[in-house]
Ligand binder design. Structure first.
Ligand code: COI
Length: 354
């Protein structure tokens, strides 16, 4: 990283709005912190990294992100450690994934060291916005979008990388129901499903509305060819415990590589559980349910954390999970405890933001 890039220009608000928000009873996505991080890309390089008061960003109506969807994002959470230091969870993994997404979407890569440094400085400035209630955190949203005004099909030449943040309470406070979708698909091999591209989420909105109208919380996506292999859930990866072993769909090219997913695999293995990454058919889950070897299931995601699953269904299917899910609870509690330094981070996941 060159010198100009390491220097982040900081302009702070005169007065914080944090006292206007009840941080202990907050829902993610509605309130935004005082500042934003911005960095511009043009003439083939990133420049002018800065933290400024949160404000509207002037956008040309021909900005290419609005028309062709060159837009990607990340999600991560900041917590407070025992001595009040703001903590980030595996920020380098987000930096790497953002660049994987950028590459797939024909966008410029963002320097990983600047990504982490920007997050540290931004989070340190927004420290007072980090909620402390169990399961709460400050949700950080890094994103890149094409801001070049142009009509025509090619990669943009001008982009913005930004970070904004929103205080977040626990996402689900109960077990959830998933709708096994057999009409719409999220992704195909060779498509953009592995990237955290805005368009993947746009394509999921209508099917998610349909699933919600039927009483489900999120969609369980199946493969685009046979509607048989389990892929991922609306905003999560998925784990099943069958006959003592954990199984999660392998990353076959259309599934997002979740950072919570990779952390849960390591955590479970460190506790002595066998975790198998492989393709898994929904018929296997039905069979395991029938022969009573289906023990637990949960979704993993940054926003959601660990979401225990109660049921998977659709019009002609209903798989109910046992009421008790002790390992899922352990995973949730352990991750939360690591994030606030209640237990030691043996994995080296936590990075101090100071
Ligand atoms: C996250 O878990 O960080 C996500 O990106 C999901 C988001 C759509 C709420």
């Amino acid at each position: 990283m060159n010198e100009i890039m390491t220097e982040i220009k900081i302009t702070k608000v005169k007065e914080s709005r944090v006292n206007q928000v009840d941080l202990e009873n907050v829902t993610m996505g509605f309130n935004f912190t005082d500042h934003m991080f911005i960095c511009n890309y043009n003439n083939g390089e990133w420049h002018n990294p800065r933290i400024e008061p949160l404000a509207l960003i002037p956008t040309h109506p021909a900005a290419m992100a609005l028309h062709y969807g060159q837009a990607i994002f990340e999600g991560m959470k900041a917590t407070l450690g025992k001595d009040g230091t703001p903590l980030l969870f595996r920020p380098l993994e987000n930096a790497k994934r953002m660049n994987f997404s950028a590459d797939r979407m024909g966008m410029p890569l963002f320097p990983e060291d600047l990504f982490v440094e920007a997050l540290k400085q931004f989070t340190a400035i927004e420290k007072n916005w980090i909620p402390t209630k169990k399961g709460s955190a400050l949700y950080l949203r890094p994103f890149i979008y094409a801001d070049e005004p142009f009509i025509g099909m090619r990669a943009a030449t001008s982009f913005k990388f930004m970070i904004i943040a929103s205080p977040a309470g626990p996402f689900f406070s109960r077990k959830i129901k998933l709708y096994a979708e057999k009409k719409y698909v999220r992704a195909v091999n060779g498509g953009t499903g592995e990237a955290k591209a805005a368009g993947n989420y746009a394509a999921a909105i209508r099917p998610t509305e349909y699933a919600k109208a039927k009483g489900y919380d999120q969609v369980l996506w199946l493969d685009a060819h046979d509607f048989e292999y389990i892929q991922e859930v609306g905003t999560m990866n998925i784990f099943f415990k069958i006959d003592g072993k954990f199984i999660t769909p392998s990353l076959t090219g259309s599934i997002l590589s979740g950072i919570t997913r990779m952390s849960v695999i390591d955590l479970l293995r460190s506790k002595g559980f066998e975790v198998i990454e492989r393709t898994i058919k929904i018929s296997e889950i039905i069979e395991a349910s029938q022969n009573r070897t289906l023990e637990e299931a949960f979704g993993t995601g940054t926003a959601v954390g660990i979401a225990m699953i109660e049921e998977i269904g659709n019009n002609d299917l209903s798989i109910k999970f046992p009421e008790e899910n002790p390992v899922s609870v352990m995973v949730n509690d352990t991750l939360n405890a690591i994030k606030v330094q209640d237990i030691k981070d043996e994995f080296g996941w936590i990075v101090e933001a100071k």
